[in-house]
Design a protein around this ligand. Structure first.
Ligand code: GUN
Length: 296
């Protein structure tokens, strides 16, 4: 079988266009412009690239973007004071504190100081609990993007066997909750799983989110399975740097029914879902109907 390639870049562009349409409607009919505040502490080069990209796409869909760049020595009290201000600012509907934070700042404390209704990352402990109990929450962007692609490809996921490789709070655990919410039978596999190849071979859906280049070979993939590769790993090959996923794409594409490439798969969906979450937060804050197809 030769896998269908799930084009995350095109799908993300479609999601952003949907968000832009809804934003235009909000402005015209309700006089409201959604606003996203992004807080960056320090000069981590990768974080600077992400934050710039988020700001650019926020403006492109017609939202207000508020960037707060703080120096690496910012104290916890200063950062918490800024979050407090953003929590009460009615023009700000979404708040994202870019991670990782410098070592002297307590990430859990900082994230849990964000108003859960504005927590567009879905990392606040309240949102984690709401998702875990099947209640309306803000859902982490990367797993939400994966779910959207799976729903688009399959329609219903009900009854499918899904394996999530990786148990991180940002991807693995929320991904498993979302798949369970769509009535999959879910296994969370990780570095201590006894027979990982056997576990993966039983899955109709494989979500790989471990951050280890090409660790899932094609012969672990059940014929016709759908493979969602969350990994973005920079490697050196033939003297060049290259981005690869957690799945060995070439061999997996020979067995899978559908597969996301790296780059151009899950990656672009993350920012698209951040914008979708900001729109959702804005609609909820104003007691307006939520956008269809952009939430879990
Ligand atoms: N750093 C890398 N990915 C993310 C993300 O999704 N959200 C935040 N806040 N920081 C990140």
């Amino acid at each position: 079988m030769v896998a269908q390639v799930i084009d995350g870049k095109a799908f993300a562009a479609k999601v952003r266009a949907q968000v832009a349409d809804q934003v235009a409607k909000l402005k015209e009919e309700n006089g409201i412009t959604p606003g996203l505040a992004v807080v960056l502490v320090g000069e981590d080069p990768a974080s600077q690239v992400y934050v710039r990209s988020k700001g650019k796409m926020t403006v492109e869909v017609g939202m207000n973007s508020y960037e707060h760049k703080l120096d690496a020595e910012t104290s916890e009290a200063e950062l918490l004071a800024l979050i407090d201000k953003l929590n009460t600012d009615p023009a700000v509907h979404g708040i994202l504190v870019q991670l990782p934070l410098p070592k002297h700042l307590n990430e859990d404390l900082v994230i849990n100081s964000i108003d859960p209704a504005k927590d567009v990352d879905g990392f606040h402990i309240s949102n984690v609990g709401l998702l875990g109990t099947g209640q309306k929450s803000m859902v982490p962007c990367t797993p939400l993007g994966c779910l959207m692609m799976l729903r688009d490809h399959h329609g219903s996921l009900s009854g499918m066997d899904a394996v999530v490789i990786g148990r991180s709070n940002i991807v693995g655990k929320p991904m498993a909750q979302l798949l369970l919410g769509d009535s999959c039978t879910v296994t969370i596999a990780h570095s201590r799983t006894k027979d990982l190849p056997d576990v993966v071979r039983r899955a109709d859906i494989v979500v790989a989110a471990v951050g280890r280049p090409e660790m899932v070979p094609g012969d672990w993939i059940k014929e016709g399975a759908t493979v969602i590769d969350v990994g973005i790993n920079r490697i050196e090959r033939d003297g060049k740097t290259k981005l690869v996923g957690d799945v060995d794409y070439a061999s997996a594409a020979e067995r899978a029914g559908a597969i996301t490439p790296v780059p151009g798969g899950v990656g672009p969906m993350t920012i698209a879902c951040l914008l979708a979450n900001t729109l959702t937060a804005c609609c909820r804050a104003n007691k307006l109907p939520e956008p269809e197809g952009l939430t879990a």
